[in-house]
Write a protein that binds this ligand. Structure first.
Ligand SMILES: [Zn+2]
Length: 281
C-alpha cells in the first residue's frame, strides 16, 4: 500500500490524522497529512483517484488471467445456450402422431341471418349448431359491427366417432370446438361480404390431419400445434441469438480491460509518486 498503516505506531492527535472510511476488510486506516497544509485538498483528491486507479489495475490484471469474471459469465451463458439447443432438438424430435380424420358427414342447413343480432346456424348429422353475435355498444351508443360470435347450441362431443383412440379424443374435441368457431365466422363474413357460402362442406373439412405434426388443421387449413411449435422455435432461436450477443459483449469488455493494463499500471504509479511527493516522502 502506498500510505503507511499506523497500527502499532504511536498515534498522533486525532485532529492531525483524518480518519478515512473503513476499507473492504473493515479496517479504518489513518493516513499522513500533506507536508504543506495548503496541499491537503489535493492530497485527498489524489487518494480518491488512487483507490479508483487501484481498482482499474486489478480489473485489467484479472482480464488477462485464465480464470476471470468475464470468462465465468461467458461459461454460464454457454450453459444456457446448451439448454436452448437441447430444447430445439427436443422440438425437432417430437413424434408425428398418426392422423385421425373425421368422417365426411355433410354440413347441412347452413343459415346466416344478418339481422341484429347476426346469427349463424347449421347441422352436422343430427346435431344442430347455432352462433349469435354479442351485441356490443360502442362509446357513441351505436351497435358495433361484427361483434363476437358466441356459440349458443351444438355439442362437439356428439361429433367424435367412437373409433377415435381414447388418448386423442380430448385434443380432437378441443380442435373441433375451435374449428367450428372458425367455420361459423367464415360463414358470417362471407354473408356480410356477399360471397357465396362454401359448397358441400363436411365434418372432415373441419379437422383434416396435419401431416407435419399429426394434429389437425382447422377449416382455414391452419394447424394450431404447428403454429405453437413454430412460435416456440422462434422464441428459442431469438433467445440463443441474444445470449450469443451477450457473450460477444463480455469478451469485448474483457479484451478492453486487458488492453488497458499498461496504461492502468502507469496511471497508478504516477498517482503514487504524486502522493509520496505531497506527503514529503
Ligand atoms: Zn401441424
Amino acid at each position: 500500500m502506498v500510505w503507511k498503516r499506523l497500527f502499532g505506531k504511536q498515534p498522533e492527535p486525532e485532529r492531525e490524522e483524518p480518519v478515512v472510511a473503513p476499507d473492504a476488510s473493515g479496517i479504518v486506516r489513518r493516513v499522513p497529512r500533506a507536508a504543506d497544509p495548503a496541499m491537503q485538498q489535493r492530497l485527498d483528491a489524489l487518494r480518491r483517484r488512487h483507490d479508483m486507479a487501484t481498482y482499474d489495475l486489478e480489473r485489467a490484471v484479472s482480464a488477462r488471467e485464465p480464470e476471470n469474471p468475464w470468462r465465468e459469465r461467458i461459461a454460464l451463458l454457454e450453459r444456457s445456450l446448451a439448454t436452448i439447443e437441447d430444447d430445439l432438438h427436443a422440438l425437432d424430435a417430437l413424434p408425428i402422431l398418426p392422423g385421425v380424420p373425421l368422417p365426411e358427414t355433410p354440413i347441412t342447413g347452413i343459415e346466416v341471418d344478418l339481422e341484429e343480432p347476426v346469427s349463424v346456424s347449421f347441422a352436422i348429422g343430427p346435431e344442430r349448431f347455432l352462433w349469435e353475435e354479442e351485441i356490443d355498444w360502442d362509446q357513441r351508443g351505436g351497435p358495433v359491427v361484427k361483434g363476437q360470435l358466441q356459440q349458443r347450441a351444438g355439442n362437439v362431443a356428439a361429433l367424435i366417432p367412437t373409433s377415435v383412440p381414447p388418448d386423442r379424443r380430448e385434443a380432437l374435441s378441443r380442435h373441433l370446438e375451435q374449428s367450428l368457431n372458425v367455420f361459423a365466422i367464415d360463414l358470417r363474413d362471407r354473408a356480410l361480404d356477399g360471397e357465396p357460402l362454401p359448397e358441400a362442406p363436411t365434418l372432415a373439412d373441419l379437422a383434416r390431419p396435419c401431416e407435419a405434426c399429426g394434429g389437425w388443421r382447422d377449416w382455414r387449413g391452419h394447424c394450431d400445434e404447428c403454429a405453437a411449435r413454430a412460435y416456440r422455435r422462434q422464441t428459442l432461436n431469438q433467445e440463443a441469438a441474444r445470449i450469443a450477443r451477450e457473450q460477444e459483449a463480455e469478451e469485448a469488455d474483457r479484451y478492453k480491460w486487458s488492453e488497458r493494463l499498461p496504461v492502468a499500471r502507469k496511471r497508478l504509479a504516477d498517482i503514487e509518486a504524486d502522493i509520496a511527493a505531497l506527503e514529503g516522502r
